[in-house]
Design a protein around this ligand. Structure first.
Ligand code: FAD
Ligand code: 2HG
Ligand code: ZN
Length: 487
C-alpha cells in the first residue's frame, strides 16, 4: 500500500474539527456530509491506495463547491476532488486526512446541440450515461474506456483520459471547448473558461490547462465539448500474429487500407490471454493460440463499404502472411466477446493478488522490448508479466503480477564484496528510466497521482517543472488542493 509512504503530512494544514463539520452541514445540508462508512472513497479501484480521510462532502452545484473551497482555503483545510474514483494512480484518494470532495451529486445540467454536436454538462455525469443520452441524438462521446460505467466526465478531463478510440478521434484536447472551474482561493472563485462555440481564438486556450490537471488547479464543475456522429456500421476483427514486428506491419496497413473508418487498434499478448482464461474463464476467439492478438475495429456509415474494406484488408494480411489467423465478428454478440477480452484485462490481472501497473508510451521499436526486458529482470519472482494496450497510440499497459506485494520484485540486492551489498532496483526506477531513455513517456494516459510521483521529473526539463509550479501557485495559493500528488 502506497499511502503516506512518500510524503509526511504538511502540518500547515488544519485538522477537521467539529465546528468545520457543522459549517459544512450548514451550507450543504446534512445529506451533503458523510462521516461514517467512507471506505469506498478512501480506497482506490485496485485496493492498493488506502487513504486516511474521514469526511466526504457532496456539493450539488458550482455555488456549493465555491462555498466549500472558500471555507477550506480560509481555514487551511486540504481537499481532494473525487469523480468516479476509477483512476489507477491513486490521484483521487486522500493521502493523509484531506477532505474528499465528491462530484457524485453534480449531475443535473445537460444540454446538447445536435446540429453542431456540442455538449455542455455538469462534471459529475458518468461517461456511459452521457453516451446513452447522446445516442438518442445519433451522436456519441469521442472517447471510450473500460471504466465508462463509473468514471465521470470531470474526472476524464482532469486525467485527460485516452482509451480505445483515440486513434480515430484524437485526444480530449481535440474536443474540449470550455470548462467551469472553482478555484481553491479565499473567494472560491468561479471561472468560466473557453466558450460554448466550436471556434474561439480570442485568448490563451485556458480550458486546456485543466486537461490532465489531476485536481491540482481547481475543481471542474461543468464541461463543454464536442461529440461525434454515432457510426451506423461497426466491424470488429481479432487477428492472430506471430511476431511483434508483424503487429507493426499490420498497423501500418490498417492505417493505409482502412483509413478513415479505422476506429481502434488494440493489442494483447499471449500472457494476458492466458491470464484472462485462468483468472476469469474467458476463452480466446481465435482458433489457435498466437503470441500476439490484435483487435481491430472500423466505424463508418455504410455497412457494405466498410465490410468491403475490412474483408479486403483481412485478405491482404493473410496473403502477405502478416497474420496466421483472423476472425471477423459476424454479429454484435461476437464483437462484444472480442471486446470483453480486451476490456476485462485490467480486472483479470488483479485476480493474481497484487499487480504492478505500468502505463507508458514508447516508440513502436521499443514497445514490446520493454516487456521482454522486464520478463528477464523479474524472472520467477513475478507470477506474470503481461502486456495489453493501445498499440495504435504507442501506449502499452505492462502489468507485472505476484500473489502479494513483493519487495524483492521491486528491489534486487547484488553482493559485490561480502558483506557489502549493492542495492539495485529491479523495477523502480529502472523501468521508468528505461522508458525515458528509449524516447517514451512514463505516463501515457493514467497520470502521475501518488504512484508515479517519485519519478515525475524524469524526462521533463526543469523550466517546464518551474512553470508548472508557478501556475499551481497562481491557482492554489495555499496549496490545499490535492496535496502530495502531481505538482
Ligand atoms: P477519479 O479517479 O475520481 O479522479 C482522477 C483524478 O482526477 C484525481 O486526481 C482527482 O482528484 C481528479 N478529479 C476527478 N474529478 C475532478 C473534477 N471534477 N475536478 C477536478 N479534478 C477532478 N484511463 C484511460 O485513460 N484509458 C483507459 O482506457 C482506461 N481504462 C480503464 C479501465 C478500467 C477498468 C479502470 C478501472 C480504469 C481505467 N482508466 C483508463 C483510468 C480511469 O478510468 C480514468 O483515469 C478516468 O478518466 C478517471 O475518471 P474518474 O471520474 O474515475 O476520476
Ligand atoms: C486499459 O486500457 C486501461 O485497459 C487500464 O487503461 C490499463 O489495467 C491497465 O493497466
Ligand atoms: Zn488504457
Amino acid at each position: 500500500c502506497y499511502s503516506a509512504v512518500l510524503t509526511a503530512r504538511n502540518e500547515n494544514f488544519a485538522k477537521v474539527k467539529q465546528s468545520d463539520i457543522m459549517a459544512f452541514e450548514n451550507f450543504l445540508g446534512k445529506d451533503g456530509v458523510q462521516k461514517d462508512d467512507i471506505s469506498n472513497h478512501t480506497t482506490d479501484w485496485t485496493g492498493q491506495f488506502k487513504g486516511h480521510g474521514s469526511l466526504v462532502l457532496y456539493p450539488k452545484s458550482t455555488d456549493e463547491v465555491s462555498a466549500i473551497l472558500a471555507y477550506c482555503s480560509k481555514n487551511k483545510l486540504a481537499v481532494v476532488p473525487q469523480g468516479g474514483n476509477t483512476g489507477l494512480v491513486g490521484g483521487s484518494i486522500p493521502v493523509h486526512d484531506e477532505i474528499i470532495l465528491s462530484m457524485n451529486k453534480i449531475s443535473q445540467q445537460f444540454a446538447f446541440d445536435d446540429t453542431m454536436g456540442i455538449l455542455k454538462c455538469d462534471a459529475g455525469f458518468i461517461l456511459e450515461e452521457l453516451d446513452n443520452k447522446l445516442a438518442k441524438h445519433g451522436y456519441m462521446m469521442p472517447f471510450d474506456l473500460g471504466a465508462k460505467g463509473s468514471c465521470q466526465i470531470g474526472g476524464n478531463i482532469a486525467t485527460c483520459a485516452g482509451g480505445i478510440r483515440l486513434i480515430r478521434y484524437g485526444s480530449l484536447h481535440a474536443h474540449l471547448l470550455g470548462v467551469t472551474v472553482v478555484l481553491p482561493d479565499e473567494q472560491g472563485s468561479v471561472l468560466h473558461l473557453g466558450s460554448d462555440i466550436r471556434k474561439d481564438n480570442t485568448s490563451l486556450h485556458t480550458p486546456h490547462l485543466f486537461l490532465g490537471s489531476e485536481g491540482q488547479l481547481g475543481v471542474i464543475t461543468s464541461v463543454t465539448m464536442t461529440a461525434v456522429p454515432r457510426p451506423k456500421s461497426v466491424q470488429s476483427a481479432m487477428l492472430g500474429v506471430q511476431s511483434f514486428e508483424k503487429c507493426c506491419e499490420v498497423l501500418k496497413l490498417a492505417k493505409s487500407r482502412l483509413c478513415e473508418v479505422l476506429s481502434s487498434f488494440e493489442f494483447l499478448d499471449d500472457a494476458i490471454m492466458e491470464c484472462l482464461k485462468t483468472n476469469l474463464g474467458l476463452h480466446p476467439v481465435l482458433n489457435s493460440p498466437t503470441p500476439f492478438s490484435i483487435l481491430v475495429e472500423t466505424s463508418g456509415s455504410n455497412e457494405d463499404h466498410d465490410m468491403e474494406k475490412m474483408s479486403a484488408f483481412l485478405d491482404e494480411l493473410l496473403s502477405k502472411k502478416l497474420i496466421v489467423d483472423g476472425v471477423l465478428a459476424g454479429s454484435s454478440a461476437d464483437a462484444a466477446k472480442m471486446w470483453k477480452l480486451r476490456e476485462s484485462a485490467p480486472l483479470a490481472v488483479t485476480r493474481d493478488g497484487y499487480v504492478y501497473k505500468h502505463d507508458v508510451s514508447l516508440p513502436l521499436n521499443s514497445y514490446y522490448e520493454l516487456t521482454n526486458v522486464m520478463k528477464e529482470r523479474c524472472g520467477d519472482l513475478a507470477k506474470r508479466v503481461v502486456t495489453y494496450g493501445h498499440l495504435g497510440d504507442g501506449n502499452t499497459h505492462l502489468n507485472i503480477t505476484s500473489s502479494k506485494q513483493n519487495e524483492n520484485l521491486e528491489k534486487l540486492y547484488v553482493s559485490i564484496l561480502i558483506p557489502i551489498l549493492l542495492l539495485i532496483f529491479r523495477m523502480y526506477p529502472f523501468l521508468y528510466e528505461w522508458v525515458v531513455a528509449h524516447g517514451g513517456s512514463i505516463s501515457a494516459e493514467h497520470g502521475i497521482g501518488q504512484l508515479k510521483l517519485p519519478y515525475s521529473n524524469l524526462g521533463k526539463e526543469s523550466e517546464e517543472r518551474l512553470l508548472t509550479k508557478k501556475l499551481k501557485n497562481i491557482f492554489d495559493p495555499n496549496g490545499i488542493l490535492n496535496p502530495y500528488k502531481m505538482i
